[in-house]
Design a protein around this ligand. Structure first.
Ligand code: UD1
Ligand code: CA
Length: 457
């Protein structure tokens, strides 16, 4: 049985925040959600989250994830005491194969491969995830004997000068045989500089029981970076963004500047995709071959077809775009926009819950909502679909090859027939027949002899 215990009771005082620390975000996702997602990839039989400060808010944030078990640690008497609170919930049944992996809620990015490596290194004993740091200040140090075997961990505050010179540190993450872990945690004391029950004290007990202690290292340094302050949060955010950028660069994507690139979700790119500076990708975004994304665009839950160009400052939210379209600069696609191939959506155009057919163009200053627009339609500047009467939403239908003059209002529900033309300035309240010119416009007059008022003096 594989148990995973996630420690998340700490106060996080240095965050200077009312929000519990593990709910602060990295790449748009709460830190604890990262830990849970990575933990689940190992296929555990049980996950226990140890909460304390802000326990109710933490638990509420994961409501509906019924397989999670929450254990309350209140007050907090150290990491050993925290794991003790999880013990009643741990599953056993495979004898020596029963294992418990301890993770931290504020060390969000340890990758599944690193955790698999740790579990493998364990054999049937204890395994610690350790790291060599140029500046090990503050961390527990890994003390080894002359033969190079781990004998114990000493906390920074309890360490001698000689021990403080050790550069191999405890990341805090470990894997232990479950039955033995219960036994060891029953034997630790709080006789130390901080008056706490240290989880790290199980190492010396393990050694005295002649159970093997192994150490494994993370795949990359950023994986074990913890977050105790906003500074560390920002550093980890950038480290993770650089890693996501690196993966895309390796896969052949061009990023104008990998340090000005943010993915808060998942992005999938085809060949020869170009992404300019300052773009933010949220949710799930797919960019097909040859897509060009200009600077400062925001794309959330979007599917973009091959060869489409997205110019600067375009916002796309829950929309799909077919191949070879041109969007922006300053275009806005809202939920339910479906843009056809070779269509153009220009500056200050907002499109919501509408289909824009193949080769159709809405190039300037328009609002298109709840509309079905066919192929090769030209929508003039300043066109507005009046889709809402204050209570109901109604649809506008514009058939293939129609031409909508500038500054037209289409009062829905209304249909413009195939090949119809609407004169500029029309307020369309009834259907416009196919192939004909329809317009609503007061006749133009000129007042003879009219004089502009003159200022006196
Ligand atoms: C711990 C380790 C240290 C290691 C360091 C890595 C111990 C005794 N020390 O030290 O060897 O180098 O992490 O960052 O384990 N927590 C609880 N309940 C508690 C105390 C802590 O849930 O009563 C949680 C915290 O929320 C945090 C994690 O455990 O997620 C680590 O706690 P922290 O106080 O940061 O441990 P350190 O003293 O830094
Ligand atoms: Ca810490």
């Amino acid at each position: 049985m594989l148990n995973i215990v996630i420690l998340a009771a700490g106060l996080g005082k240095r965050m200077q925040s009312d929000l519990p620390k593990v709910l602060h975000r990295i790449a748009g996702k709460p830190m604890l959600a990262h830990v849970l997602d990575n933990a689940r990839q190992l296929g555990p039989d049980r996950i226990v989250v140890v909460t304390g400060h802000g326990a109710e808010r933490v638990q509420a944030a994961f409501e509906g994830q019924n397989e999670l078990v929450f254990a309350l640690q209140s007050p907090q008497h150290g990491t050993g005491h925290a794991v003790q609170q999880a013990l009643p919930h741990l599953l056993e049944g495979d004898g020596e194969q029963d294992v418990t992996l301890v993770l931290y809620g504020d060390v969000p990015l340890v990758q599944p491969d690193t955790l698999r490596g740790l579990l493998e290194a364990r054999g049937q004993g204890l395994a610690l995830l350790t790291e060599n740091l140029a500046d090990p200040t503050g961390y527990g140090r890994i003390v080894r004997n002359a033969a190079g075997e781990v004998v114990r961990i000493v906390e920074h505050k309890d360490a001698s000068d000689e021990e403080r010179a050790i550069q191999e540190v405890n990341t805090g993450i470990l894997a232990a045989p479950t039955a033995k872990l219960r036994d060891w945690l029953g034997r630790i004391t709080n006789d130390n500089a901080q008056g706490e029950y240290y989880l790290t004290d199980i190492v010396a007990l393990c050694v005295s029981d002649a159970v093997s202690v192994q150490a494994a290292q993370p795949g990359a340094g950023w994986e074990t970076m913890g977050v105790n302050s906003r500074v560390q949060q920002a550093e980890l955010e950038r480290a993770w963004q650089r890693e996501q950028a690196r993966r895309l660069l390796e896969a052949g994507v061009t990023l104008a500047d990998p340090s000005r690139f943010d993915v808060r979700g998942a992005i999938v790119c085809g060949r020869d995709v170009y992404i300019d500076v300052g773009c933010v990708f949220e949710g799930r975004v797919e960019l097909a071959d040859g897509v060009h994304v200009g600077p400062h665009c925001v794309l959330r839950n979007a599917v973009i077809g091959a060869g489409t160009r997205i110019e600067a400052y375009t916002h796309i939210d829950d929309a799909t775009v077919a191949e070879s379209a041109v969007l922006g600069p300053y275009a806005r696609l809202r939920p339910g926009a479906e843009i056809g191939s070779q269509a153009h959506v220009g500056n200050f155009v907002e499109i919501k819950k509408s289909v824009l057919g193949t080769g159709s163009k809405v190039n300037h200053l328009s609002y298109i909502g709840d509309a079905d627009i066919g192929a090769r339609v030209n929508v003039g500047a300043g066109t507005i679909t009046c889709n809402y009467d204050g209570v109901n939403k109604s649809r506008t239908i514009i058939e293939d090859d129609a031409f909508i003059g500038s500054d037209t209002q289409l009062v829905a529900p209304v249909t413009v027939g195939k090949g119809a033309t609407l004169g500029a300035g029309t307020t369309l309240t009834q259907d416009a027949p196919a192939g004909k010119l329809t317009l609503s416009r007061a006749r133009q007059t000129t007042i003879e002899g009219w004089q502009r008022p003159q200022k006196k003096g």
